[in-house]
Ligand binder design. Structure first.
Ligand SMILES: Cc1cc2nc3c(=O)[nH]c(=O)nc-3n(C[C@H](O)[C@H](O)[C@H](O)COP(=O)(O)OP(=O)(O)OC[C@H]3O[C@@H](n4cnc5c(N)ncnc54)[C@H](O)[C@@H]3O)c2cc1C
Length: 510
């Protein structure tokens, strides 16, 4: 007998639950009944504030207006990350990982040219500044678009910073009002499995038994369905990525006209790094650190030094984190999305984008029947495992090239802590820059350009002596980048000014 998939039960109403509900409901309409259950007493983690440019297409696809998003989610523009003190720890040590590709990339690769120009010279601009004008846009505190740019369209590539609490309730309202998602506020008290290893129903406090053809576990760190009920093992990655504590603060601005920094600032500290994210009404600041390398008191003091004496009275929230992920992500009729699938430090904001990609894949490959579900699950697991592995490599890259001397940093350079896949890449990149040939899967997380920004930003040197380089070609591209920098740093509005205008007048809807 064929068992059709007609109903989906999502457990959890954080960023993962509501984005998954929105993405599935927007695509499948009446064809699938989507129900989301969330607890009133167990809150959401509420700290994910940095996103990727994918969020623009996600919001657009589920029918959300960008203007409303700015009005409701305390949101601001994000144009990449500025990594401060990661290389030497000196005051003037910083580099950018912008969201735009280098000029001419990928048909032209400026990396070897820049390497050649910078050989033995001290006054050459940094790699990111030489190949991409977005660094200058960020340094000037500018927005990525004009008030005349339609919704979701940018002059330069951009993502968002957002208030996670407001975002979840904003997406919830849209899902319930416009996309037909059934919302239940209740606690799941038990999960009942079949002898074959499927979930047959979840028991709740007030709403009785809820059964469904497919369950999506978005229950957060607890991983109520995939982890607890289905006993899926956790793969611990803390031998590669050491941070295991986060201290999170909400820091008020000096006044309501204070600049909103248009990028995430990530500053290396003694035993980890601080994030600093500018929203409309406050900053989200936090310190992720390794408790093996710092006491809680020392970490708190470092965070306080970072935010300054004016904010000494603020009490941070402490969150324990374990780096790693489930051994499988889709088992039987249950798939995990978000923290229930795993967690890695938020250095490149890779969690929310993984939620978007996972939900999109579930939605696009939605099995029509229980009989075909295992095939979809197998593919989903392969792709998702690949994505986690690539994220781990990319995060580790940020640490292994640092010259900082504190134990946290020297331990991070221990060859035993570096994945083989990353070590092999580094061997190749000593003689040529990362390129698309190094990342040939359709499911890459980070393009070759991202590796270039981090590698050369961290001072990695490449031997270009064997390459035949026509310097004239690169001159044109470097000049073009400089011309664009000059044009757009004179034209783009200040980040706060544009956000205030959007809230007042709205962007042109498309
Ligand atoms: C310190 C820190 C900083 C981060 N920064 C970033 C960042 O900048 N960018 C980024 O992409 N990601 C970041 N993340 C990750 C990001 O916060 C999460 O991936 C994202 O918020 C998704 O969380 P979630 O929805 O999976 O879980 P949660 O937000 O924890 O939601 C869990 C949901 O499950 C429900 N639930 C749990 N148990 C039950 C039950 N028994 N019955 C009913 N409901 C239940 C809860 O009520 C809640 O609604 C960060 C994470 C941390 C810890």
């Amino acid at each position: 007998m064929v068992r059709p998939v007609r109903s989906i039960c999502i457990v959890g109403g954080g960023t993962a639950g509501w984005l998954t509900a929105g993405i599935i409901a927007a695509r499948h309409g009446q064809g699938l009944q989507v129900t989301l259950i969330e607890s009133e007493s167990i809150g959401i983690v509420g700290v994910g504030e940095g996103t990727w440019p994918t969020m623009r297409s996600t919001l657009k696809k589920i029918g959300i207006s960008e203007t409303d998003f700015f009005r409701e989610c305390n949101a601001s523009f994000k144009q990449g990350a500025r990594f401060a003190r990661w290389v030497t720890g000196a005051d003037d040590d910083f580099y950018y990982h912008p969201l735009m590709l280098p000029e001419g990339f990928p048909s032209l690769d400026l990396a070897p040219f820049w390497m050649k120009y910078s050989e033995g010279q001290s006054n050459v601009p940094s790699f990111s500044d030489a190949v991409c004008f977005q660094e200058a846009v960020c340094e000037h505190g500018l927005a990525p678009k004009l008030i005349t740019s339609p919704e979701y369209m940018g002059i330069v590539n951009y993502a968002y910073h957002l208030d996670a609490g407001r975002f979840a309730s904003f997406v919830r309202q849209h899902c319930v009002k416009n996309l037909g998602v059934q919302h239940i506020v209740d606690d799941v008290t038990a999960v009942k499995t079949t002898p074959e290893g499927d979930i047959s129903f979840v028991d709740t406090n007030k709403s009785g038994r809820l059964s469904a053809d497919l369950f999506v576990d978005c229950s957060g760190f607890r991983s109520l369905l995939l982890g607890e009920a289905l006993q899926t093992p956790f793969v611990d990655c803390s031998d590669v990525l050491f941070v295991d504590r986060a201290l999170a603060l909400q820091v008020p601005y000096e006044n309501e006209r204070s600049d909103i920094v248009p990028h995430t600032v990530s500053t290396a500290q003694k035993a980890g790094w601080t994030w600093d994210i500018g929203l409309q009404t406050r900053r989200g600041v936090g310190y992720v650190y390794s408790s093996n390398h710092s006491s809680a008191e020392a970490a708190l003091e470092e965070l306080r030094t970072y935010v300054g004496d004016r904010h000494r009275e603020l009490r941070p929230r402490e969150i324990k984190i374990v780096s790693g992920h489930r051994a499988t992500f889709w088992k039987g009729n249950c798939v995990a999305v978000g923290l229930s699938a795993g967690f890695l430090e938020p250095l490149e904001s890779s969690a929310i984008v993984l939620i978007e990609l996972s939900a999109e894949m579930i939605s696009a490959m939605m099995p029509a029947t229980r009989e075909t579900m295992d095939i979809v699950a197998k593919r989903f697991n392969q792709t998702t495992q690949y994505r986690w592995d690539r994220i781990i490599d990319f995060l580790k890259l940020h640490y292994m090239l640092s010259q900082r001397s504190e134990p946290f940093w020297s331990d991070n350079r221990d060859p035993g802590s570096i994945p083989d896949s990353l070590r092999e890449q580094l061997e190749l990149w000593r003689y040529r820059a990362p390129g698309d040939q190094d990342f040939s899967s359709n499911n890459e997380m980070f393009p070759a350009a991202s590796y270039q920004y981090v590698l050369f930003g961290m001072g990695f040197r490449m031997d270009v002596s064997r390459l035949a380089l026509d310097m004239n070609i690169s001159q044109r591209a470097f000049s073009q980048s400089a011309a664009l920098k000059s044009k757009w740093t004179r034209t783009l509005p200040k980040n706060r000014d544009l956000i205030e205008k959007i809230k007042l007048h709205g962007l042109q809807r498309i």
